[in-house]
Every structure is written in structure tokens, then in C-alpha cells.
Design a binder for this molecule. Structure first.
Ligand code: DGY
Length: 318
């Protein structure tokens, strides 16, 4: 059985593919494969391991309707036309669960980095601007006892909430499409309306999927409903916040700070004004990027691919 791999996965996954007699053709260039190149590369394949933001849209799926399975190197599947895949009987697998802890760590890291202006102050040292000890400039804010608002309380949001409770005894409120009764019981999270989430949170952390409904959900009008002392964190998808509006909200001190692991577009250009703001911390979409998590993701991908090639349902099917 033949599979196209559109990037790289952890070595443990490559080894397991070999052990399962899956023959791999791998995209080896440093740049992201284009839509046309991906279609061409998949023509003589039985499956695809999709690494990176490849659009698995109707055009791709129609051109590759012979594929049995597509295993995503991500938990998110906003780039996939699921309806079309279902119509064409192409199974789609993702990597849920194993990356929740690492991604929540990234959200926590950004929250703390923003609250103490850590990335900005680090840059000051590099720029030779560490001069005298001065007690008043560049002060941060403390997180102890502050209210955490989770937008999208699923597995990753729950991990973030637990870290914030453990470290800073932060009361947790959340807004979801439907209530998360388990999380309410486990950590005492309180369900609130979206408006209440905006008005009451000291930190808002986004952990929802990008859908037509959540696209641009955090826009200027929404930032205006947040506390002027609040911090906005997004480790989910850049499309959920409007970046121009976020920039304005920070410039005009409508909110206090922001931490992003996801931007819109990606990659972010190096001259983006957000990169020079004191209360902003930005990372290049590294949410799940730990040895342990990337190994676990690669092993799930192999399970999904092998099951799909056999015609079985996938252990982690979207
Ligand atoms: C995910 O798993 O969805 C990550 O954000 C990588 O895209």
C-alpha cells in the first residue's frame, strides 16, 4: 500500500509505517507543498498523511477520489471538507487527546509571558537596553486569583483550566455551544453567556475550532466588551480573531495584552507591529511541539493510516 507524506512526522511513526509495510513517498522540500503539487503527488497513492495547512477541500477530494484515507497531523480539521470526504467515502483521521497537555502548556506559557511582558523584555536585553535597575517601568500584572474565561471548554481548555487553578487558584468560567457537565463537576467551571465571559474574564483563552460561526469571533466590537485590564490568548486558530482589530484593541489599550500561538495569516510577517508591542507574546504555531506529543501524534497517524488502508474504520476518525 502506498501513502504520500506531505511533510515529516516523528521517526517512531516512520518506523511503524515501515513495519506495517506501508510504502511512503515523502515531500522533501522545505516549503509547503502547493495544492496542485499535492493533487499530482497523490495520483498513484492509496492514502495521504497531511502535514501542515493543506486544503483538503472539494477540489482536492474530487481530484483524489481514489484515496482510501487521509490522516491529519493535527487535531484541528477546519481545512477539510468533511461532507465531500464522506460523499466520496474517504476516511479522515485526526490526533485528538495526546496533544491537549502540550497545547495547554503553550497557552499557559503565553498567558504568563504576556502578564510579565517577558518576550518584550527579553528583546530589550538583546538590543542592549538593559541599563540601570528601575522600579517602575515595564511592570507586569499578577494572575493570582484572577478569573480565567475559556472560550471552548473541551480537552485542551480543560487542561489549561487545571493548570491555572493549580498555579494561581483562578476561578474558571466558560462559554461553549453546549455545556460541559463533566468539567463543571471536575473543576467547578461555571457556564456563562458569551457576553458574561467577555465582561467577567481577566484572561480569555480560546480553545474552540475554527468554523464559519467562530471565524472573526473576536473582533473590535468584542474586544470592546472585555476588561481594559484583560489578556487575550489564542492557541486554537488565527482565523478566530480578527488580527487588524486585535492590533487596534492593543494600540488603543482597549485590552491589556495578547498571547498568540496562531496568527492570521500564518506565517506572520516579521515586520508585523504586534511583534514589537510590550504586552504581546507570539509563537509560531508550536502548540503541540514537544518530543513526547509529536511521537504520540505520529503513532496515532500510523494507526489511522493502517486501519484506513485495510478498509477498517479509523481509531481516531473525524
Ligand atoms: C492542531 O493539532 O490542530 C495544531 O494546531 C496543528 O495544526
Amino acid at each position: 500500500m502506498k501513502v504520500f507524506l506531505s511533510g515529516n512526522i516523528a521517526q517512531v511513526g516512520l518506523n511503524e509505517l515501515e513495519e506495517n509495510n506501508v510504502s511512503i513517498t515523502q515531500w522533501s522540500e522545505k516549503r509547503q507543498i502547493t495544492a496542485e503539487e499535492l493533487i499530482a503527488a497523490c495520483q498513484d497513492q492509496d492514502g495521504l498523511i497531511s502535514v501542515g495547512p493543506n486544503k483538503i477541500d472539494a477540489a482536492f477530494l474530487q481530484a483524489c477520489k481514489h484515496l482510501k484515507v487521509i490522516a491529519l497531523h493535527s487535531v484541528g480539521y477546519d481545512q477539510v471538507d468533511l461532507e465531500e470526504a464522506k460523499k466520496l467515502n474517504i476516511k479522515i483521521g485526526n490526533t485528538p487527546g495526546v496533544l491537549s497537555g502540550a497545547t495547554a502548556d503553550t497557552a499557559f506559557l503565553l498567558m504568563l509571558a504576556v502578564s510579565r511582558k517577558a518576550f518584550y523584555l527579553h528583546k530589550k536585553i538583546i538590543n542592549g537596553e538593559w541599563k540601570n535597575y528601575e522600579p517602575t517601568p515595564d511592570l507586569g500584572i499578577e494572575l493570582n486569583g484572577k478569573t480565567l474565561g475559556i472560550f471552548g471548554l473541551g480537552k485542551i481548555g480543560l487542561e489549561m483550566a487545571k493548570k491555572c487553578i493549580g498555579a494561581y487558584q483562578m476561578p474558571v468560567i466558560y462559554h461553549n455551544r453546549s455545556r460541559n457537565n463533566e468539567a463543571e463537576k471536575e473543576i467547578g467551571a461555571k457556564y456563562v453567556s458569551f457576553e458574561e465571559l467577555l465582561a467577567q474574564s481577566d484572561v480569555i483563552s480560546v480553545h474552540t475550532a475554527l468554523t464559519p460561526e467562530t471565524k472573526d469571533q473576536f473582533n473590535l466590537n468584542v474586544f470592546k466588551q472585555m476588561k481594559s485590564t484583560s489578556i487575550f490568548i489564542n492557541t486554537a486558530r488565527g482565523g478566530i480573531h480578527n488580527e487588524e482589530d486585535l492590533t487596534k484593541a492593543l494600540e488603543e489599550k482597549i485590552i491589556w495584552g495578547a498571547g498568540l500561538d496562531v496568527t492570521n495569516p500564518e506565517p506572520m510577517q516579521k515586520d508585523n507591529v504586534l511583534l514589537n508591542m510590550d504586552n504581546v507574546a507570539i509563537l509560531p504555531h508550536i502548540g503541540s511541539a514537544t518530543e513526547e506529543t509529536r511521537n504520540a501524534m505520529a503513532q496515532i497517524i500510523v494507526k489511522n493510516i493502517v486501519a484506513g488502508l485495510k478498509g477498517d474504520s479509523l481509531p481516531y476518525q473525524v
